[in-house]
Ligand binder design. Structure first.
Ligand SMILES: Cc1cc2nc3c(=O)[nH]c(=O)nc-3n(C[C@H](O)[C@H](O)[C@H](O)COP(=O)(O)OP(=O)(O)OC[C@H]3O[C@@H](n4cnc5c(N)ncnc54)[C@H](O)[C@@H]3O)c2cc1C
Length: 474
């Protein structure tokens, strides 16, 4: 497929997440033609996925269409296709369109920003029992599952069975795990009790498992201690130094300081591990370099792939200066590579990439959060206000920002209700049917002929360590 007809420098950007979208937007007015290719038609604001998973925000508010957010970039076009291969010798990106046809996208400069995916530490079969949350479909699937469990608890008459429906276990106490359990607790203890007649949803057990000795491992001890205390006040059982060692559709077996225990539960959620996009491996193989333990490709100080000055790898799939896999490095790298590309066209030298650390934060629940920014550690309501401000600022589009503020005001402060609780029998059945025989979630699409990156196999006992996403700083 011929990408351009203008004869200008051709830039292909793979991935419209924080890194790729910022690169594309910063190339506005540059003398280049940009093709942004993504397998989703939207830019996803992942830090708010947990709010979709717990019925607070509707998906559209955190996932604006890429076409819409780039409509003013006259030199950019968007393609919906799954990138399958990167040929650095021929300088061609191979992608597959929704109808299966192959697209060849030639480039002069390539920016690969395909993000990361879940890591089950080599035990991918666990995805069947403990889904993770990376895409909008994942969040909707989790939301349907969580709401379906409350429906089943209302129907169940056997107290033991009802308790199983009302037990929610989240593996991994990084920001995502903490935010999820906080919102499930609010759902069960504050939002839903008035809506149910047979079941008292306040009896729900919400358990957070963490392999390390503290929640929010990357945060300062003061913020960790506050978070644990707040979660416990909200009715969450926080289990530290505890590993998930096995699971099935009805239970999870954990190993903690008191030994092995099997917890009967119909809901297990994976918030523990992250692995770079398989495209990092494709790129590394093409360039003849090794990926790191998390499957990321090492890049130079100008974000280029070793030996290929025309190829940039940025965001979660790239390893540079030990930067964490969070939004700010991705955003800043995206803007930086656009600058490098523009400078090259005018013969200017660009200094190496320098990261500006804007801090980290996480919400815990209603009006409480922790933040570590500009050397100041803040907890409680003030941190919550900072969190709201930052997240609204970084949401893409004024409509979405106003929509989020309105929905939060209504859901969290005024009515204590959640407007996005739609499920139907079919969606509920996917997650609660007793006769399930296999995974209910479609597997992630992996590049053609490329095996998933194999992390070092953990010892049997520590099969499922809780290694949460590094500190969030949207
Ligand atoms: C649940 C969750 C909560 C988070 N919370 C925070 C937080 O509070 N603060 C914070 O700073 N960070 C947070 N993060 C991390 C942050 O979202 C990431 O660091 C950031 O999104 C990385 O940006 P990226 O552009 O590298 O990747 P992404 O934003 O993941 O974008 C990658 C893009 O590439 C596309 N893509 C992937 N493979 C292909 C392919 N083969 N073909 C075509 N397109 C492809 C994807 O569809 C996607 O659009 C969170 C992440 C998650 C999952």
């Amino acid at each position: 497929m011929g990408a351009h007809t203008t004869g200008r420098h051709r830039v292909v950007v793979v991935g419209g997440g924080f890194a790729g979208l910022n690169a594309t937007r910063a190339l506005d007015r540059a003398d280049v033609d940009v093709t942004l290719v993504d397998r989703a038609n939207h830019h996803l604001f992942q830090p708010l996925l947990y709010q979709v998973a717990t019925g607070i925000l509707p998906p559209g508010l955190i996932a604006p269409a890429l076409r819409s957010v780039t409509k003013r970039e006259r030199n950019a076009r968007v393609l919906l296709a799954d990138v399958q291969d990167l040929d650095l010798d021929r300088r061609v990106v191979s992608a597959r369109a929704p109808d299966g046809r192959e697209l060849d996208l030639p480039y002069d400069t390539l920016v690969v920003a395909a993000g990361a995916t879940h890591s089950y530490f080599g035990k991918d079969q666990l995805a069947e029992y403990a889904p993770g949350m990376k895409t909008i479909e994942d969040a909707r699937y989790l939301r349907d599952g969580i709401l379906a469990k409350f429906e089943m608890a209302e129907i169940a008459t056997d107290p033991a069975e009802r308790a199983e429906w009302l037990t929610f276990v989240v593996v991994g106490a990084g920001p995502t795990g903490v935010e999820l359990v906080g919102q499930i607790a609010e759902l069960a203890h504050t939002v839903l009790p008035r809506d149910y007649r047979s079941v008292d949803t306040r009896q729900a057990r919400i358990i957070l498992l963490e392999g390390a000795g503290a929640v929010l491992p990357p945060f300062a001890p003061k913020l960790q201690a506050y978070t644990k205390k707040r979660l416990e006040e909200m009715g969450v059982e926080v289990r530290l130094n505890t590993l998930a060692v096995d699971m099935d559709h009805e239970s999870i077996t954990v190993k903690g300081p008191d030994g092995l225990e099997t917890i009967r539960t119909r809901t297990r959620i994976w918030a523990a591990g992250v692995q770079a996009s398989p495209l990092a491996r494709v790129l590394a193989d093409e360039a003849g370099v090794e990926t790191d333990r998390a499957g990321r490709i090492p890049v130079g100080p100008d974000c280029t792939v070793p030996g290929h000055p025309e190829v940039f790898a940025i965001g979660d799939m790239a390893s540079l200066d030990k930067l964490p896999g969070v939004a700010q490095p991705a955003i800043q790298e995206g803007k930086y590579v656009a600058r490098v590309i523009k400078d090259r066209l005018t013969g200017r030298q660009t200094p190496p990439f320098r990261y500006f650390d804007k801090g980290t934060m996480a919400t815990i629940g209603y009006r409480s959060a922790v933040a570590d920014a500009f050397g100041v550690k803040v907890t409680g309501f003030l941190a919550y206000v900072m969190w709201v401000f930052i997240h609204v600022m970084y949401l893409v589009g004024w409509g979405n920002r106003l929509g989020a503020i309105y929905t939060w005001a209504r859901a969290l402060w005024l009515s204590h209700n959640r407007g996005n609780r739609i499920i139907a029998l079919d969606t509920a059945r996917q997650d609660v049917a007793a006769d399930r025989t296999g995974p209910v979630r479609p597997p992630a699409i992996l590049p053609r002929d490329t095996p998933p990156a194999a992390p070092p196999a953990p010892a049997a006992e520590e099969a499922i360590p809780s290694t949460p996403r590094e500190a969030g700083s949207a």
